[in-house]
Design a protein around this ligand. Structure first.
Ligand SMILES: Cc1ncc(COP(=O)(O)O)c(C=O)c1O
Length: 379
């Protein structure tokens, strides 16, 4: 992404399929509420765990969308989901504890686990991008403390089916393992997929585990830095106490905007979801039309995660460069074709690459054309 910035600074046009943020604007009501909060002088400190009004709106949202019942005292509003995950881990783990992360996974998880002084234990998913209990069990030790789940998934776009969630959740519960369930893409599902939370599928987890959500993805509010988590009250209090020393309080302006987005932003959220659904079809059809490339249909988030398949080990004739990974392909396409995407190495699956479809259909079509043309030259 740094390279893309440099190329753009030199005036080179790059078709970027790298973004982890929607190319949409926040709901209008959120923008208006943010402006009103500024104009009316409410940019002040708030309670450390967030305003009562926003925590009530979050409870309504979690009840309605996820089917989980929480009280405002069990909610912590955070400055983005990322710091929420970090603070939850800081509250949950001690030095030497292990956190199991099914891979491919979001790049930041192992790093955040490391910051919390715990050890990330990466467990590869099956070919369907779903974790298997037998693999988790093989990775379990007396120090296993947390299972980090992410559905819909970044980078694979897989939405965990209920049966999988039940198996994983029951396994975690049976072994006193806390589930940290990152559901930040929950509202963005398609292809007939239905989002379910492991905490709703296995109700016992509600009493031990942490649910993570936020405004960045579903409401196109990445830079507003608003996330939230739900946890049993003693744990929520502990995380809130940590936050009061680390961040003071979440951003007051963004909190007011988030209340408006949650209560009045449903139509805009749905329009964005529908756009991602139609782009997902465009992207996957384009990828599947390339002989030898393999790509599962994403069912959520806004990424496709194809495997290099038959192209692994092939060479680009003009440069003589061998393609041994998705990272190699990403470098080649950026240099020769001005198309950027992220190699799978960052997500724990080097033979794959991630295409974000947070870009216009025109950009996506042209990028796919260039990818297909370049792959056709490899031998
Ligand atoms: C799976 C996942 N969780 C959490 C986040 C962080 O979101 P936020 O912007 O709220 O910190 C991201 C952002 O890329 C993500 O992909």
């Amino acid at each position: 992404m740094q390279k893309v910035r440099e190329m753009r600074a030199e005036g080179i046009e790059v078709l970027a399929l790298t973004a982890g943020e929607p190319d949409f604007t926040p709901p209008r009501a959120a923008e208006e509420a943010g402006i009103a909060a500024i104009r009316e002088g409410r940019g002040k400190y708030t309670p450390a765990s967030g305003t009562q009004t926003l925590r009530e709106a979050i409870c309504e949202h979690i009840q309605q969308d996820i089917g989980l019942s929480y009280a405002p005292s069990e909610i912590v509003v955070t400055n983005g989901a990322k710091i929420g995950i970090a603070q939850a881990l800081l509250a949950l783990v001690q030095a030497g504890d292990e956190v199991v992360i099914p891979t491919p996974s979001w790049t930041s998880y192992p790093e955040i686990v490391g910051i919390a002084d715990a050890t990330p234990v990466l467990v590869p998913c099956g070919p369907d991008h779903l974790p298997r209990v037998a693999d988790l069990e093989a990775a379990r030790t007396p120090r296993t403390r947390v299972l980090l789940l992410n559905t819909p998934s970044n980078p694979t776009g897989v939405v965990y089916p209920e049966a999988t969630l039940r198996e994983l959740g029951e396994w975690a519960l049976a072994h006193d393992i806390v589930v940290l369930s990152d559901e930040i893409y929950a509202a963005l599902t398609f292809d007939g997929a239905v989002h379910r939370s492991p905490l709703a599928v296995v109700p016992g987890l509600r009493e031990t585990s942490v649910w993570i959500g936020g405004m960045s993805k579903a409401y196109a509010m990445t830079g507003w830095r608003m996330g939230f988590l739900a946890a049993p009250e003693p744990l929520a209090k502990k995380i809130g106490a940590l936050q009061s020393q680390l961040a003071g309080s979440p951003c007051a302006i963004s909190q007011e905007a988030s209340v408006a987005a949650l209560r009045e932003g449903a139509a805009e959220r749905e329009a964005m979801r529908a756009a991602f659904e139609s782009r997902s079809q465009l992207v996957v059809e384009g990828l599947r039309a390339i002989p030898g490339l393999e790509c599962a249909m994403p069912q959520g988030a806004f990424y496709a995660f194809p495997s290099l398949g038959a192209y692994l080990g092939k060479t680009e004739p003009t440069t003589g460069r061998r393609i041994d990974s998705g990272d190699d392909l990403a470098e080649l396409l950026l240099e020769l074709d001005r198309v950027s995407f992220i190699g799978g190495g960052a997500f724990g699956k080097p033979d794959a690459f991630r295409l974000s479809f947070a870009a216009s259909e025109e950009v996506l079509r042209e990028a796919l054309r260039r990818i297909a043309a370049r792959l056709a030259t490899l031998s």
